[in-house]
Design a protein around this ligand. Structure first.
Ligand SMILES: [Fe+2]
Length: 264
């Protein structure tokens, strides 16, 4: 089984590149997962952008700390079992923290996400949330986990915590791809798969406004960077419930696009 995981899609350039890559390469995979939590101008995921990713071939879309930035996302989560937010939100939060997909060949895959707690908002315990999920699946089929966290140390320990129990634990959120892919007791691990968007930017935003805020200490609204976007992600090979290979993906779109894709 081959799994494609595309990292944090950022604003219109990221959406354009992610959709293009899914259309070009998506059919080489059995399951396509996309982190879409920054797709709408950098903040959350509007319904139309979720639909664009699904129409391009994404089977499951994950969110993150920006899950509820767009007011329509709570309703969208309730309607869409293929869109997931983190498992470790408090009980009663709209939507699912994990979803199970039945593939055409009869095999199943569960995709889940947890949010880290270091340098992020306080959340329920991600370790315990993953234990509950993995106990429930009980090795019946592969589990792919999106580790949406800021701190490398926390991601590394979360990866080790699920090693031998999950098929993959892939980091998101920091937007810079790391080069530490490895297989840990049958679990494919990468600290961060990287951002799908304009790499010459401050993690997706244009430099100018971010620079202003750092140097002048007065408010200025961020603007998503424009230009050529790169898809960052990972390809995972799985046999049974264990990963046998992980490869990083970095693919830069051949053109900057038509300019018709503007952020709302
Ligand atoms: Fe994030």
């Amino acid at each position: 089984m081959r799994i494609l995981f595309i990292g944090d899609v950022f604003a219109a350039p990221g959406l354009r590149a992610a959709r293009s890559y899914l259309r070009r390469e998506g059919s080489a995979y059995d399951l396509r997962i996309v982190n879409g939590e920054n797709a709408t101008g950098g903040f959350g995921l509007a319904r139309k952008h979720y639909q664009q990713l699904r129409d391009a071939g994404a089977d499951v879309v994950t969110l993150g700390n920006h899950t509820f930035d767009q007011k329509e996302t709570a309703g969208l989560l309730e309607e869409s079992p293929r869109l997931i937010r983190a498992l470790n939100y408090p009980p009663g939060t709209p939507g699912l923290g994990a979803t199970t997909v039945d593939l055409p060949d009869g095999t199943r895959v569960t995709v889940a996400q947890v949010l880290g707690r270091l340098f992020m908002e306080a959340m329920d315990d991600p370790f315990r949330a993953l234990d509950d999920l993995l106990d429930e699946v009980n090795g019946a089929h592969p589990v792919i986990i999106d580790l949406h966290a800021e701190a490398t140390s926390e991601k590394k320990v979360l990866g080790w915590h699920v090693a031998g129990r999950a098929a993959a634990a892939l980091g998101t959120h920091t937007h810079v791809q790391t080069a530490d892919e490895q297989i840990l007791d049958g679990t494919a691990y990468l600290t961060d798969v990287g951002m799908t968007g304009v790499q010459t930017s401050s993690i997706g935003m244009a430099f100018e406004e971010v620079h202003h805020r750092f140097t002048k200490k007065t408010p200025m609204r961020y603007k998503p960077a424009r230009g050529v976007a790169t898809v960052c992600g990972a390809a995972i090979a799985i046999e049974g419930t264990r990963a046998t290979a992980i490869e990083r993906i970095r693919w830069t779109e051949p053109h900057e696009g038509t300019g018709e894709e503007e952020d709302a």
